[in-house]
Design a protein around this ligand. Structure first.
Ligand SMILES: Nc1ncnc2c1ncn2[C@@H]1O[C@H](COP(=O)(O)OP(=O)(O)OP(=O)(O)O)[C@@H](O)[C@H]1O
Ligand SMILES: [Mg+2]
Length: 255
């Protein structure tokens, strides 16, 4: 297993939201996490990414215990996170957003102090030429963004902004991408476009954990899925198993 979250307990302040959630991600997999509003899906992703204090359980990544590690270390080890909202810098151009995506791996006298720290077993740092090279590669994966590179991200459509958020996260060349509700608020055609982009990213070698309200479509592209409810695991199985499970369909897929 590439990533294993086992029996996670976490929440906000004194309030526990996850009451022992477990989820695995294998190399090359897309795993969908679905469940009703407030089930703890975003909380799970934030907990794995080190944004919330873990009060019980553990997270293993690539064989190492990463429980309680801060996001800046996880990013250097190959984890990337696309939040549910506020996932681009709206006043920066698309190209600047991509450059910002690589900032935690940038080597430079001006770089933020922690990027100069040695982290054993982490991904290498990138100089400005390498960042430009990576940006060219990432733009190649998102040809629709090419004519918009000099436009401010905040002026783009919702679908384009989600593409910018994805592209920005790929600047780190992550092993694992954690994506929270990429299709929220998008028209069905754009959802298709976004999901096929996620499939492409996955086929290029990045494992994906994707939280989605668009449960049917997410399960259709996922290798496996998990249903969460009130901070607990409720169902798990292959995407197809869950799609065809009568209880899952009735309770979570709108019949
Ligand atoms: N910053 C926060 N402070 C306190 N409670 C929070 C915070 N964020 C979420 N919660 C609470 O945690 C619970 C789970 O929220 P979470 O955002 O993980 O749900 P979700 O499954 O992602 O829902 P949605 O589908 O609406 O995005 C909810 O009861 C929510 O009110
Ligand atoms: Mg959420």
């Amino acid at each position: 297993m590439l990533l294993q979250a086992q029996d996670l307990h976490s929440g906000y302040g004194e309030m526990e939201i996850l009451h022992g959630v477990s989820i695995d991600l294998d190399q090359k997999e897309i795993v969908a996490v679905i469940g009703p509003n407030g089930a703890g899906k975003s909380t799970l992703i934030k907990t794995i990414f080190g944004l919330l204090r873990i009060s019980g359980g553990q997270v293993l990544f690539d064989g190492a215990d990463i429980t309680g590690k801060p996001p800046r270390e996880l990013v250097l080890q190959g984890l990337a996170y696309v939040p549910q909202t506020n996932n681009t810098f709206p006043s920066l151009t698309v190209l600047e957003n991509l450059q910002m995506g690589a900032i935690t791996r940038r080597t430079s006298p001006l770089s933020i102090p922690w990027t100069r720290t040695d982290h054993s077993g982490t991904q290498s740092q990138m100089n400005d030429a390498q960042i430009r090279e990576r940006a060219t590669h990432v733009v190649g994966m998102f040809p629709n963004l090419r004519p918009k590179l000099r436009e401010r991200a905040g002026t783009l459509s919702g679908g384009e902004q989600q593409m910018v958020a994805l592209a920005k996260s790929l600047m780190l060349d992550p092993k694992v991408l954690l994506i929270d509700e990429p299709s929220a608020g998008l028209a069905p055609k754009l959802v298709e476009a976004l999901f096929s982009k996620i499939l492409e990213i996955n086929e290029a070698g990045t494992a994906v954990i994707m939280v989605e309200q668009n449960a049917k479509k997410a399960l259709a592209i996922a290798h496996r899925g998990y249903v969460l409810e009130t901070g607990r695991n409720r169902f798990a199985g292959t995407g197809q198993d869950l799609l065809h499970n009568a209880d899952v369909a009735r309770l979570y897929l709108g019949g």
